[in-house]
Design a protein around this ligand. Structure first.
Ligand code: 5AD
Ligand code: SF4
Length: 468
């Protein structure tokens, strides 16, 4: 048993990273059994679930979409805001109910919630029907725990891991787009954020291992790779091997993948070298997600974001100048502790200034253990909700205006599949990461095709595939 421990998580002394080969052969002791996996949260979690699926297959299990049919239920959870927590707890109630009639049912919680100190204690005390808790840093322990099937609760969470899993052999959801982890963890400690606690210290994979994984994807016909890290700019800092994110990006681009993306970038230490590489290669998509979080210097300081609004603007303008046609999106939090109406006005100002292609906007959510959870927060929720609404009006206005600029144009779109809303249509993304609903034949799925844009809304475009 190993419980999450925030004091351990805060310990960022330099250690040597250990690379662990996790491609182990297991006996198929779960042959004929079914697993149900539900994923919450960000791309990192979606990709982690591709790792979990691999482990389940290795144990002989098959996936089911029906909760009631499952022998093993895995909830891969998110902790970023309280509503993510509530969703999981609600779902857990349904799972508990099933255990009354299915005594052998195994319930596992993985991911960020499992890595939260207070959540692990709550599960131990009040949710004894949960069998397994595995943290984000050691998902590779899940098969071991399922094989051992010890009685009682099995909790394995490492808050300060020095391990990087290699040779994971992901069971990927898509044959067109692939996620590739380049690093794990985050050392930034923005004061509102739980991630440095749940995902631990920054640990980079070696460039050669990343390139090997990417060339494999290229050989297998993948059209798009997205490099993943909580803050990709920090890639390589912990390795001291003389290369950085710009070098990695350039080397992956040279492998010839048709489309290359990356998320997420912190505005702090986004170097000119990185901008130059993005501008130089046609297969690096002109799209950058650049979270600003607030437009007020006072709030940015309280958030420990390490840049001022002026510095952000300078970077933003440099990107717009040097990368032709770049689209930039952002994340913004409203109602951070102590945010005044005046601070919020400055957030509206920066949204007006940047005219973002899109933004994810959130009401501040207190996370236990983070520095901001100790700050005085006296803005009523109703006021925060009003601020969010006012901000969204500005954000939506500019995303629509930016989308409308494409009206009548022909743009390359990578077609990913049938549209969920309308099965007579396809859907895909522009190089600038705009969602397009496309009229065209199904054999275009997996291809980059020119699409004539005929309608533009705030969150999507409509168009028709152009015959070659
Ligand atoms: N409350 C609200 N939003 C948050 N985010 C991270 N932590 C919190 C929090 N405690 C937002 C940030 C981040 C995005 C992934 O989630 O905007 O960029
Ligand atoms: Fe959280 Fe800040 Fe790290 Fe992003 S950079 S994961 S917001 S601590």
């Amino acid at each position: 048993m190993k419980l999450p421990n925030y004091n351990e998580a805060k310990n960022r002394e330099k250690v040597d990273i250990k690379y662990l080969d996790v491609n182990i052969k297991y006996d198929e002791i779960y042959k004929g059994k079914k697993y149900f996996l539900r994923t919450y949260g960000c791309q990192m979690n979606v990709h982690d679930s591709e790792q979990i699926k691999r482990y389940m297959t290795m144990l002989g299990m098959e996936a089911t979409e029906t909760l009631e049919d499952a022998d093993v239920i895995v909830l891969n959870t998110c902790a970023i805001r309280e509503n993510a927590h509530e969703k999981v707890m609600g779902y857990l109630g349904r799972c508990k109910h099933l255990k009354k009639t299915k005594k052998d049912l195994i319930i596992a919680i993985t991911g960020c919630m499992a890595s939260q100190e207070d959540v692990a204690l709550d599960i131990m005390k009040n949710h004894k029907y949960v069998d397994i808790l595995v943290g984000t840093n050691n998902l590779y322990d899940l098969p071991k725990l399922l094989i051992e099937k010890k009685t009682g609760q099995n909790i394995e969470v490492y808050s300060n891991s020095d391990i990087v899993p290699e040779n994971v052999n992901y069971e990927r959801d898509s044959k067109i787009c692939a996620w590739v982890n380049i690093m794990y963890g985050c050392d930034k400690f923005c004061t509102y954020c739980i991630v440095p606690f749940t995902r631990g210290r920054e640990r980079s994979r070696k460039m050669e291992n990343i390139l090997e994984e990417c060339s494999h994807l290229v050989q297998n016909g993948y059209q798009e790779i997205t490099l993943l890290g909580q803050n990709v700019n920090a890639y390589g800092n912990d390795l001291n091997l003389g290369y950085d994110f710009a070098d990695l990006l350039e080397n992956v681009a040279k492998l010839g993948i048709p489309r290359l993306r990356f998320v997420t970038s912190h505005p702090w230490n986004f170097t000119d070298k990185m901008i130059d590489v993005i501008a130089k290669y046609d297969n690096i998509m002109p799209y950058i997600h650049l979270p600003i979080q607030s437009g007020s210097d006072a709030i940015l300081k309280k958030m420990n974001r390490r840049y001022t609004v002026e510095e952000y603007k300078e970077l933003f303008n440099k990107m717009k100048d040097r990368i032709p046609g770049v689209s930039i999106t952002t994340d913004i939090i409203v109602g951070f502790p102590g945010e005044t109406e005046e601070d919020f006005q400055k957030t509206l100002d920066i949204a007006e200034y940047c005219k973002y292609d899109g933004a994810y906007t959130f009401i501040y959510s207190e996370r236990k253990g983070t520095a901001s959870s100790f700050m005085k927060d006296d803005t009523p929720l109703k006021e925060k909700e009003e601020r969010l609404q006012r901000l969204n009006e500005v954000i939506n206005k500019y995303s629509r205006i930016n989308n409308e600029k494409l009206l009548g144009k022909e743009v390359p779109v990578l077609i990913l599949g049938e549209s969920e809303k309308d099965s007579t249509k396809l859907y895909g993304y522009t190089d600038t990461y705009k969602l397009v609903n496309v009229i065209g034949s199904k054999d275009l799925i997996g291809k980059i095709v020119n699409v004539k844009i005929e309608d533009a809304k705030s969150f999507s475009l409509d168009g028709t595939a152009v015959k070659e």
